[in-house]
Design a protein around this ligand. Structure first.
Ligand code: GLP
Length: 243
């Protein structure tokens, strides 16, 4: 694993965007695995700026998102579909038909998850997968569990995740209780993984995930087994890793 130590959130976002931009320049029709949450917002802002300055062309890029809330209509401003359009897709020249997310409005979870897994395989898998890190060590919506889940599946969100995400909803009751997420296997098949982390509140989780034992109780710890992981984190998030 390579670690890039950023000074702060802004610096983290700039470095992460440079890595994604390099991927797009080197392989213009690459498959980018994308993430939501507050952490990658600055990264997307930097990518939009690179597109606007003429340095980046998304016209052949395909994207697959990690996850989506179950039962939330796409037009709901808290759906990840909405988020991706709001922060990236509507501001660059990616073709809408080349952007994919699990469809949370499809009630048949097994069918939708299987379809999503097949779709990713048909695209040839992710060249680069961007990830954020949940406070409990989750990646995508793979919550701490007894086992590492392999493929795209439906998850019951943990109380702590609902708590953490309620800031985006009117109340905790409005946060969907389930989501469709790529599995750990789906994430691990990416050729390259880029994980972005910011803030002291994640420092403990960063130390556990990347320097502690590999366990499904800390889902991100599985990344220690991937041959090409880049962690871009600010000083605060790296403040508890062993020196
Ligand atoms: C959500 C998303 C994750 C994200 C995590 C952390 O639950 N499903 O993909 O990484 O939260 O979010 P944040 O970056 O806002 O801390």
């Amino acid at each position: 694993m390579r670690i890039y130590k950023a000074t702060d959130y802004k610096d983290m976002s700039r470095i992460a965007a440079n890595i994604i931009a390099s991927q797009v320049v080197l392989k213009p029709d690459c498959v980018l695995g994308l993430a939501t949450g507050s952490t990658p917002i600055g990264t997307y802002e930097n990518l939009v700026a690179k597109y606007e300055s003429g340095d980046l062309d998304f016209s052949a890029v395909r994207t697959v998102n990690l996850d989506e809330y179950k039962s939330l209509p796409r037009e709901n401003d808290q759906s990840y579909y909405y988020f991706m359009h709001d922060h990236l897709f509507d501001h660059v020249n990616v073709k809408p038909e080349n952007t994919y997310l699990p469809d949370g409005t499809k009630e048949d979870a097994a069918k939708e998850c299987e379809k999503y897994e097949e779709l990713i395989a048909s695209l040839g898998g992710q060249d680069l997968q961007l990830l954020g890190l949940g406070h409990n060590g989750h990646i995508g919506f793979n919550e701490p569990a007894e086992d590492f889940a392999k493929g795209t599946h439906c998850v019951d969100l943990q109380e702590s995740t609902i708590e953490a995400n309620k800031r985006f909803f009117a109340s905790a009751d409005d946060v969907p209780k389930q989501a469709y997420t790529m599995g750990i296997g789906t994430i691990m098949q990416a050729k390259k993984i880029l994980i972005v982390v910011s803030g002291e509140d994640k420092a403990e989780t960063v130390a556990k995930a990347f320097f502690g034992p590999i366990t499904p109780n800390v889902p991100a710890s599985v990344l220690q087994l991937h041959p090409d992981v880049i962690l871009v984190a600010d000083e605060a998030a790296l403040s508890k890793i062993p020196q």
